[in-house]
Design a protein around this ligand. Structure first.
Ligand code: IPE
Ligand code: IPE
Ligand code: MG
Ligand code: MG
Ligand code: MG
Length: 336
């Protein structure tokens, strides 16, 4: 089941989110060849799919966030500045794709998808602070603290994290997973033993000789935990049974780790302009990254291996997992 998906995107072109149009049209051609071009509604037109999902998510986020002129206006402007700066929306898109894989209603999963994006954006605002990665450039613009100052950036991050829970509280839970199960899922993933644990280990590893298992710990926690919860929450919203939830969890774990390895690779191989954030910063800050610890080629091989395992985890869903397969390929082949 996984081989055709894995084989659809072959060459390693340089593709950024900003030139997604050319990536999507080239890859739609390969994705739609053979059996895929018989049913245009089930076939993935990657570009159209991403755009329509982003639109849906952006509209919902706009409804959930206080207006920019709501008091305290500086804070709400800063929250909106970072949230609507042009992120790829991968976590909410993965969340909705997991809902689809479990034959759920994607509108029902929207609060969860939006909450995930708020948490992710908060983590970026704080990650960029001078006391953390000290980045000036994010999502193609100056970072939140560069525009609003450090104090407001910290508070905007706090408020984005907090509003995520307010948004989850509006979700209509499915039979098997009540609101407290959903809140628990997201709180644990964002908490002191997952996302924040990974960020702590990331900071503490700077300039150190890090072993591979420590590196894997950093990546599984700072990044993969939220990615994994994204697909898990999508599945939970669709009332997935235990077998499907465990398959989606395996997918999320593998894809999440692959995603951060690819982020490390892109930091080495791409320009700031393509990434919309400062490239080459990891080596400068002596960060623990896959390319630094195992080399670029072995990092690529590891990302491919993990993505293959992610595809394989989806066999239980059959063609319902088409969007998840295509998204996994897109993440792997973005640009490196
Ligand atoms: C960047 O995530 C931070 C990591 C966890 C690697 P994305 O690459 O998804 O960033 P945006 O949301 O598109 O800005
Ligand atoms: C970010 O990892 C992880 C979180 C924000 C939780 P990085 O520090 O590698 O992300 P970028 O490269 O700045 O986007
Ligand atoms: Mg960081
Ligand atoms: Mg960073
Ligand atoms: Mg990075």
């Amino acid at each position: 089941m996984s081989a055709p998906y894995f084989g659809t995107v072959r060459d390693h072109r340089c593709v950024s989110w900003r030139n997604i149009e050319s990536f999507a049209s080239k890859n739609t051609a390969s994705i739609t060849e053979d059996r895929y071009n018989r049913d245009p509604t089930s076939v993935m037109d990657l570009k159209a799919y991403l755009r329509s999902r982003q639109k849906k998510i952006d509209r919902a986020l706009d409804r959930y966030l206080p207006r920019a002129n709501t008091k305290p206006a500086t804070l709400h402007k800063a929250m909106r500045y970072s949230l609507f700066a042009g992120g790829k929306r991968l976590r909410p898109i993965l969340c909705l794709a997991a809902t689809e894989a479990c034959r759920g209603n994607i509108d029902g999963a929207l609060p969860l998808a939006c909450a995930l994006e708020c948490i992710h954006t908060y983590s970026l605002v704080h990650d960029d602070l001078p006391s953390m990665d000290n980045d000036d450039f994010r999502r193609g613009r100056p970072t939140c603290h560069k525009v609003f100052g450090e104090g407001i950036a910290i508070l905007a991050g706090d408020a984005l994290l907090t509003i995520a829970f307010e948004i989850v509280s509006t979700a209509k839970p499915a039979h098997r997973y009540n609101i407290s199960a959903l809140l628990h899922e997201i709180a644990v993933a964002a908490g002191s033993q997952k996302l924040i644990a990974g960020q702590v280990a990331d900071l503490e590893a700077e300039g150190k000789d890090v072993k591979r298992d420590q590196l894997q710990f950093i990546h599984e926690n700072k990044t993969a935990a939220i990615l994994n919860s994204s697909v898990r929450l999508g599945a939970m919203s669709a009332n997935a049974d235990a077998r499907k939830l465990s398959a989606i969890t395996r997918f999320g774990q593998r894809l999440g780790l692959a995603f951060q390895i690819i982020d490390d690779i892109l930091d080495v191989t791409q320009t700031s302009e393509i990434l919309g954030k400062s490239a080459g910063k990891d080596a400068a800050a002596k960060k623990a990254t896959y390319p630094a610890v195992i080399g670029l080629e072995e990092s690529r091989a590891e990302a491919r291996r993990l993505t293959r395992q992610a595809h394989n985890a989806l066999s239980v869903f059959g063609s319902d997992a088409e969007p998840l397969h295509v998204l996994a390929n897109y993440l792997l082949e973005r640009e490196y």
